[in-house]
Design a protein around this ligand. Structure first.
Ligand SMILES: [Zn+2]
Length: 443
């Protein structure tokens, strides 16, 4: 990248510079500050993984993080949002776990120029469940370390990325005791695995704003400048129960479910066309993923009702309403069942986002990697996440960035590479320093 000046050297303070002995030629002091924090941050990640914060049960994890942050000298805003407070918002009508007992936390770092807005990091406090723990190599809530990998539910989605964010804040706190212009802050929001966007909405309604946002999710250590929008669908199939030996007299909802699965697979192929360059490396343009089928007849009886649900994930600029209509019409056309046999509802929806790779935030992120001699080809994050909320509603330039991979997220033996957790921390800290000084004009 050229044309973006580095506003300051990476020698942040005399103290940090004074103890600089490092192999990282581009910025020895910051890398050394990051390395010194290992003995604090890696145990913290283990503690967070050992708190099983499945959606709806985030509070102990959030309280633990707030206690840690306060002890480190950060300022915490910890609160619960009532259902009443979000009642006027369209998201309030979407299916979600009640917000009662599920706090949001914003951790603020000191800032030398508060008016500048700064960067807000965003992480979700919840994880998906870990059924069948006996299938894991190590307990899903053990935080076991083998070589440089830490295992456990949430290791990469998204407690590893969360710790990268806290680590970046700690690096800046040590290197810039008075803060940087605008500061680097973090919001820890509930329920991303339950209802995307609702948790970040609680922070926005509380009045927390930012000049830029970085959503901490597993992106294989590289910044991503776009994310998917999408929706959750529920298809209800109505049959007619009858004894199996005279099945021609009834209607089998499970047999219709088989047709639905075939139709959805064909639709995923048919909907895959696009010219969105940031997603051209992903083989599926608009993934349709069934994650639940529920249908049961009495023993030996045709099934009366079967419900199929899952996610339909879109590209950043797709019109959600149009695609929901296309989904409904195309499914009904392919099924050709009688009216009323299949009804389709959408329980959850979230916007995608897209930041042009030429945007200064992208350029500074690019520079943070270039400092280490790493080349970056911009891509979108291959999932929905919290990025759309601030990006669309608040017009906040937003990246998605974190250690770990979607290939491990939600799976058995989920892990994160601890080197990557530190590497992202260092890169995010560099980006925040350079971007915030540039924004403030104090170059
Ligand atoms: Zn996540």
């Amino acid at each position: 990248m050229s044309g973006v000046p580095l506003p300051i050297s990476d020698k942040p303070s005399a103290t940090a510079a004074g103890r600089s002995v490092s192999t990282d030629a581009s910025s020895p002091p910051l890398a050394q500050v990051a390395a010194k924090l290992r003995s604090t941050m890696i145990p913290l990640l283990g503690e967070l993984i050992r708190i099983p914060s499945t959606s709806g049960h985030e509070k102990p994890l959030v309280d633990h993080t707030a206690a840690w942050a306060s002890q480190q000298g950060f300022i915490c805003d910890l609160w619960e949002t009532s259902e009443q407070a979000i009642a006027a918002e369209p998201q309030a009508k979407l299916r979600h776990l009640p917000l009662n007992g599920r706090p949001t936390l914003v951790i603020k770092s000191p800032t030398s120029h508060p008016a500048d807005g700064g960067i807000m990091l965003n992480a979700h406090s919840d994880v998906v469940a870990a059924p069948q723990p006996e299938r894991w190599r190590f307990g899903p809530f053990s935080g076991h370390i083998e070589n440089t990998l830490m295992f456990g539910r949430g290791a990469c989605d998204t407690k590893g990325p969360l710790v990268s964010g806290l680590w970046a804040m700690a690096i800046i706190q040590q290197a810039f005791p008075n803060g940087i212009p605008g500061g680097l802050h973090l919001e820890l929001i509930p329920g991303e695995e339950d209802c995307v966007g609702l948790g970040t909405l609680t922070s926005v309604l509380r009045g927390h704003t930012a000049a830029a946002a970085i959503v901490l999710e597993p992106t294989e250590g590289l910044p991503r400048c776009a994310s998917r929008g999408g929706c959750r669908f529920t298809i209800t199939l109505t049959g007619q129960a009858v004894h199996g030996t005279v099945k021609w007299l009834g209607k089998d909802a499970i047999a219709l479910a088989r047709d639905v699965l075939e139709a959805l697979a064909a639709m995923e192929k048919a909907f895959s066309h696009h010219d969105e360059a940031l997603f051209s490396d992903y083989p599926i343009g608009r993934p349709i993923t069934v994650d639940n089928i529920a249908g049961q007849g009495w023993q030996g009886t045709l099934c009366d009702q079967c419900v199929i649900s899952g996610y339909f994930e879109l590209l950043p600029n797709d019109d959600l309403t149009q695609w929901k209509d296309a989904f409904t019409q195309e499914l009904l056309r392919r099924l050709q069942c009688h009216p009323g046999a299949a009804t389709i509802n959408f329980a959850e929806e979230y916007p995608g986002h897209r930041l042009e790779p030429t945007h200064p935030l992208c350029q500074y992120a690019h520079q943070a990697l270039a400092d280490e001699g790493e080349k970056l080809v911009w891509q979108g994050f291959n999932s929905g996440c919290e990025a759309g909320l601030r990006a669309v509603r608040m017009a906040t330039p937003t990246l998605v960035w974190g250690p770990g991979s979607l290939a491990q997220a939600h799976g058995i033996n989920e892990y994160v590479n601890l080197h990557e957790v530190e590497q992202v921390a260092l890169r995010v800290a560099r980006l925040a320093i350079h971007w915030n000084y540039q924004k403030s004009g104090q170059v």
